[in-house]
Design a binder for this molecule. Structure first.
Ligand SMILES: [Zn+2]
Length: 263
């Protein structure tokens, strides 16, 4: 079986797992076209334009079978598998090594797993620049209360921990078991990473309320609107989440000024 055919099977496995019927049927027809005619034309036509497969978002609101905590994992897997399938559709005769696929898909080794699980790195080695992924949340411009949600935390972890292991699992055997473990929140070390990050979030002064959507008005001061913001891990003052450079300076009611970075 070619890697292209294997990749379509892996993508279909994910779509079936979350109950995405339309695109699962589409990919099944792509598989049949490949097996009959060695053509990738139909699959390549799924990308680009309004309503393309690139617009697919896996979420409860779209009637997919995912929990709040699974959404980030499902959508990260989807993004990478679409990258994989569209890549291989260009060169369906080629067999790639895992390193090549990782590079082409932008998959990097997990940063969080060695930090929290293997303890092969200490956070003294961290600089903001090394941690590319951002935790999304909101900030109250009146009282300074900061919130992220478990949904946003799950996205943060999934972005990091769906890593080169996906390409390795794919090359080895199609990666179906990897997809199942990732969707089941059972990749090696996920529980430990989540528990440690919850503590870092707490120590960073960020609340982690249980609900998915940040409630407005602000639960602390009653102000109407929060400010969307992003944090990255930093070790400037112990291991903390700090506001990133993309945030506007936030002036609190009392005149205290909170700026991005850890200065
Ligand atoms: Zn407030």
């Amino acid at each position: 079986m070619s890697q292209y055919e294997m990749a379509l099977g892996t993508l279909k496995h994910l779509l079936d797992a979350v109950g995405e019927r339309h695109w699962a049927e589409w990919v099944q027809a792509d598989l049949e076209e490949w097996r009959s005619w060695q053509s990738t034309r139909r699959h390549r036509s799924a990308y680009g334009g309004m309503g393309s497969i690139n617009d697919l978002v896996i979420c409860d609101a779209n009637k997919h079978r995912v929990t709040t905590l699974q959404e980030g994992w499902a959508n990260m897997l989807l993004r990478h598998l679409l990258g994989l399938c569209s890549h291989l559709a260009q060169w369906p005769e080629v067999t790639c090594r895992a390193e090549t696929l990782s590079r082409d898909l932008g998959l990097k080794p997990s940063f969080l797993r060695p930090l929290f699980v293997d303890s092969t790195e200490t956070y003294h080695d961290i600089t903001v620049a090394r941690v590319g992924h951002e935790l999304l949340g909101r900030f109250c411009g009146e009282c300074g209360r900061a919130d992220a949600t478990p949904w946003e935390l799950a996205y943060f972890i999934a972005q990091d921990m769906i890593d080169v292991g996906l390409a390795e699992a794919f090359v080895e055997n199609g990666g179906l078991a990897y997809i199942d473990r990732a969707l089941g929140l059972k990749l090696d070390g996920v529980d430990r990473v989540r528990a440690d990050l919850v503590q870092v979030i707490d120590e960073s002064g960020i609340a982690l309320p249980e609900e998915r959507i940040w409630r407005e008005p602000c639960v602390a001061c009653g102000a109407e609107h929060g400010i969307r913001c992003r944090w990255q891990l930093s070790n400037v003052d112990g291991l903390r989440f700090v506001l990133t450079g993309g945030n506007l300076p936030i002036v609190l009611a009392g005149g205290e000024r909170r700026r991005s970075g850890a200065t």
